[in-house]
Write a protein that binds this ligand. Sequence first.
Ligand SMILES: NC(=O)c1ccc[n+]([C@@H]2O[C@H](COP(=O)([O-])OP(=O)(O)OC[C@H]3O[C@@H](n4cnc5c(N)ncnc54)[C@H](OP(=O)(O)O)[C@@H]3O)[C@@H](O)[C@H]2O)c1
Length: 333
Amino acid sequence: MRILVAGGTGAVGRRLVPMLVAAGHDVTGLGRSPGRLELLRATGARALAADVLDASALRRVVADAAPDVVVHQLTDLSAAVPADNGRVRREGTRNLVDAALAAGVRRMLAQSISWAYAPGEGPAEEPVPLDVDAPGPRASMVGSVAALEAAVAEVETHVVLRYGILYGPGTWYAPDGAVAAALAGRPDAPPFLGSLRPGPDVSSFLHVDDAARAAVAALEWPSGPVNVVDDEPAAGRDWLPVLSGALGVPAPAPVDDAERTPWARGASNALARARGWAPRWGSWREGFPAMTATPGAGDAGGAGGPGSAGGPGGAGGSIPAGGRERTAAEARA
Ligand SMILES: NC(=O)c1ccc[n+]([C@@H]2O[C@H](COP(=O)([O-])OP(=O)(O)OC[C@H]3O[C@@H](n4cnc5c(N)ncnc54)[C@H](OP(=O)(O)O)[C@@H]3O)[C@@H](O)[C@H]2O)c1
């Protein structure tokens, strides 16, 4: 198939593009950074520069690539500014869908998140509605997710991959990432979004290689949203000490929050498993330590998984350098 990966130079895209090339597809990666695009070319893919916020330029690039499938792996979280990411979700996705439809594309996959569900008990399954009535900053984040998912649904066959918090090479949870710097108390720690509160709030994690493998599998899936998360949704008080130990940084002191934030419930991967995908890293318990077991391993993209090193990663907390810790409810974008 001819496949266009928008966000091909990103944390997931860099792992996904070589997998698609290895599977025999004709792959074009899209991004902005010339250096990152050059790395994509070295994997055997074509690489094109375009800003997805420039609708007419994007339309030309997509028409030239003439893809059978468009894969959306775009995010704009490098500065951890939720409004930037919201703009890419709303305007960037709108432009990409318009360009895809104009080019006659009939199948699209898109990256979404698994923590935008409405409050409830236990890990959320896909029929749970998005938390569109959420108060405060979460309303804006959930609204942008809903806009992304609605736009993608205009394409004849559309699969929305609701990823867990990403960890592994190139993510905030990598040994060289923002989370390790924040946990180490480094004053120059870059900002990230999420929560490092060792309390009852539950998250679902996902290794970037498992995220990429799900996108390959989803080329054959029917329309609709699918949670792509590991097997063990977990409370911060359980996963944070394991992450801290893996990163070799101090574990934050447990907090005694009495109540879980009602939406912080994790997600179930039963549907993705029923479609034949299974995480190689079934739990962060093995995945976090593997990030540092073989330093540098897995950074070139590709397999990962138990026995093959993989990398650190994740997405989520929010401790702007020198700032107070935000709660999960405030922070995640
Ligand atoms: N589910 C999750 O937990 C999750 C999801 C996404 C991100 N994150 C976290 O956020 C960290 C940083 O995020 P990031 O957004 O910088 O991710 P990234 O994975 O490095 O980049 C995302 C991709 O989107 C592209 N992109 C962004 N804005 C664009 C635009 N206007 N036009 C064209 N392409 C555009 C980027 O291109 P360029 O390479 O040219 O910039 C890149 O290919 C990640 O490392 C991860 O830890 C977590």
